[in-house]
Write a protein that binds this ligand. Structure first.
Ligand code: PMP
Length: 383
């Protein structure tokens, strides 16, 4: 008998499955608002001009292993103890495995509800008890419910914070709210993990979007972890390039943290991939390419913002029942419509408009050619 015989089939990942259904659809007018990947004004994947410049600048290189902690010039771009990771997913994995290895090994981790589909799966797979903090109500960040639950969180536990462009709601705390969240976390000795997969997508500036991290480090002086992904911010999705960094209170703690990261990296993937690290480093360390990258982030974030405006204006023009202003108030890559699963199925079956069943849509999938059609489909669906 097979070792797998008694096992149930594990359902496919909801996000990747939307892409699969989209690709299988033969309709010429189909619209993919599922997976969170940037698309240009023609709905095509976009290789950033800065990435093209970076690739052209690379010298001939060999294909030796990188060190366990990754490409040193790439790591030098981050502060404190750091380790190159398999994109943002790998960064979260390394951080949560590292925390589990410490003497204080937390058993519980806190995530938002709703959140990125992979948070719960990953942390429960590692053996954490996963608890949720409600964060969304009526198209906005639910500060009261969030902080009420945060105050009850178990001391010493890690809390995953979406640094910007909350996935899936697009609703972030204001700076004032971040300050209060920070003070509760410091008081209750909670360990912040800044999940930073969309830096640059809110404001167009990588540094401005990282404001909550700087605030926690510089004003609150707490220890924390930063999980960086270059997937969206540099459009390097498939290169799996990211970084995890611990900000610690002492030099000694920093050395210990780095040694733990090295150990969990070795035990999971040995060494990270080299090519994306070379491209990302060329972007960050060459002033002319870095300048182009800053323009590229503005190109992506402003096109998405324009599409929010266009979609909203179309819905107003159509007098679609309901208040759709959340589309323009939410930020980052996603809009969270709060429509029902039945309506989402209808959008897919009748109109060939694909989005996640949570009612998250990737605004980057909209463009001037399809935004009117999208609005008309939504209008017909909710009437
Ligand atoms: N965190 C969040 C909140 C995300 O939305 C994503 C990407 N969808 C990631 C982490 C990690 O993505 P990647 O591994 O592609 O960098």
């Amino acid at each position: 008998t097979s070792a797998f015989q008694a096992q149930d089939l594990v359902p496919p990942d909801v996000s990747f499955d939307v892409t699969r259904r989209f690709l299988a659809d033969n309709n010429d007018n189909k619209i993919n608002l599922g997976q969170g990947t940037y698309r240009d004004e023609n709905g095509q994947p976009w290789v950033l001009p800065s990435v093209k410049m970076a690739k052209a600048s690379l010298d001939e290189f060999n294909h030796e292993y990188l060190p366990i902690l990754g490409f040193q010039p790439f790591r030098d771009e981050a502060a404190d103890s750091s380790c190159q990771s398999l994109s943002g997913t790998g960064a979260l994995l390394l951080v949560t495995l590292a925390l589990k290895k410490l003497q204080s090994a937390p058993d519980t981790i806190y995530i938002t509800d709703p959140t990125w589909v992979n948070h719960h799966l990953m942390f429960s797979t590692i053996g954490y008890k996963v608890k949720v903090l409600p964060c969304y109500k009526d198209g906005t960040f639910d500060f009261d419910a969030y902080t009420a639950c945060l105050r009850q969180a178990k001391a010493g536990s890690p809390v995953v914070l979406h640094t910007c462009a909350h996935n899936p709601t697009g609703c972030d705390p204001t700076k004032e709210q971040w300050k209060l969240i920070g003070s509760i976390m410091k008081e209750n000795r909670l360990f912040p993990i800044f999940d930073s997969a969309y830096l640059g997508f809110n404001s167009g500036s990588f540094d401005e979007d990282a404001w909550p991290i700087r605030y926690f480090m510089e004003e609150l002086s707490v220890e924390l972890a930063v999980c960086l992904s270059m997937a969206k911010s540099m459009g390097l999705y498939g290169e799996r390039i990211g970084l995890v960094s611990f900000a610690t209170l002492t030099r000694e703690s920093s050395q210990i943290a780095e040694s733990v990261l090295q150990s969990v990296q070795r035990s999971t993937i040995t060494a990270p991939p080299a090519y994306g690290a070379r491209v990302a480093t060329a972007i960050l360390s060459t002033p002319s390419i870095r300048k182009q990258w800053q323009k590229d982030l503005i190109t992506m974030s402003s096109r998405i913002r324009l599409m929010r405006k266009c979609a909203y204006e179309e819905l107003v023009r159509l007098q679609t029942p309901g208040d759709w202003s959340c589309i323009i108030h939410q930020t980052g890559m996603f809009a969270f419509l709060g429509i029902s699963k039945t309506q989402i199925k209808h959008l897919e079956k009748k109109h060939h408009v694909f989005m996640l069943e949570t009612s998250r849509l990737s605004v980057a999938g909209l463009n001037e050619h399809n935004v009117r059609r999208f609005a008309e489909a939504l209008d017909e669906t909710v009437r």
